[in-house]
Design a protein around this ligand. Structure first.
Ligand code: SF4
Ligand code: SF4
Length: 293
């Protein structure tokens, strides 16, 4: 199974919309599975029309730990309070108290406590599940709990479940989060190909360059799609020039079209909202085939 990650340095450039239409296009020729690795704001399944009740099951998962204080053992030395880099410990009335949402589970406080008064305990920081779309492929999703950390490890858990459910799939399409942080790196790790989505704006271009730099580090073949290219033709040309100068492949330029937002409102991929886009995504698929087969 080949793994294709679709990412964007900047949010809001249409990454999940493009992933959804590409997935439906590919599913007509291949067995595929989709995994939504944007665990802070997962919405890929929504674009396929899936609701929470369509999931086979949601299971809590624990990919993070938090400090637990046994105050009976504590001698009030304050070392844990002074050590915590994340300012996750209050020290009032000479006793430590955890600020739940600030603790990153790094374990430094446990190491410095001479009284063994601190233990790291697992916490359920996310839920994970999968559902079958009407297009006959599965989507694996996860939702990070409010204020919880550990999203990179949740992404790894989503991909692991995707692997288990892949059942001779030809392709796994991975919808990464925006940015270049830990969850995106976890999404890209082990991928065979990366498609970077951008838009012709200064922030889109700047974030694209950062994202490509990150992908270069992993030496993964890649190409770029400029979405809404016609909202700023001069800037699109600037991005194209950059791609040529850096020997990077431009797979497609997609025009701005209200059908994208209409499709999101109607919970369908844009190729269902507007048949004009069937050809656009067929061309992207053919181009991609040449790159990865
Ligand atoms: S380091 Fe241990 S003993 Fe010292 S204040 Fe913290 S919990 Fe108490
Ligand atoms: S585990 Fe790390 S982040 Fe959490 S309270 Fe201890 S030192 Fe602070």
């Amino acid at each position: 199974m080949k793994k294709i990650t679709i990412l964007s340095g900047k949010g809001g450039v249409g990454k999940s919309s493009i992933t959804a239409s590409l997935a439906v296009t590919m599913s007509k020729k291949h067995k595929i599975i989709c995994v939504d690795c944007d665990v802070d704001a997962s919405n890929l399944a929504l674009i396929f029309g899936l609701r929470d009740i369509d999931y086979d099951s949601w299971k809590p998962i624990s990919t993070n730990q938090k400090a637990y204080f046994d105050l009976e053992k504590c001698n009030s030395c304050g070392k844990c309070y002074r050590t915590c880099y994340f300012d996750a410990i209050k020290f009032e009335n000479n006793k430590p108290e955890l600020k739940q949402f600030s603790c990153e589970g790094c374990g430094a406080c446990e190491l410095v406590c001479a009284k063994d008064a601190i233990t790291l305990v697992n916490v359920d920081n996310a839920k994970i599940g999968y559902a079958k779309t009407k297009y006959d492929f599965k989507v694996v999703s996860a939702q990070l709990g409010i204020g919880e950390s550990g999203s990179g490890k949740v992404v790894s858990a989503v991909k692991e479940l995707g692997d288990k459910l892949s059942e001779n799939s030809d392709f796994m399409l991975i919808d990464a989060a925006a940015g270049i942080g830990c969850p995106v790196i976890a999404s890209v790790t082990g991928s065979d190909y990366v498609i970077a989505i951008t838009e012709p704006t200064p922030s889109g271009f700047s974030d694209l360059k950062r994202a490509l730099k990150m992908v270069n580090h992993f030496k993964i073949p890649k190409s770029v799609i400029i979405n809404k290219y016609d909202i700023n033709l001069d800037f699109s040309k600037k991005i194209e020039k950059y791609l040529i100068e850096n020997n990077l492949k431009l797979t497609s330029k997609i025009k701005y079209d209200k059908s994208f937002s209409d499709a999101l409102m109607n919970l369908v991929p844009v190729i269902e909202q507007n048949e004009e886009f069937l050809n656009v995504f067929q061309k992207i698929y053919v181009d991609l085939s040449k790159e990865i087969f």
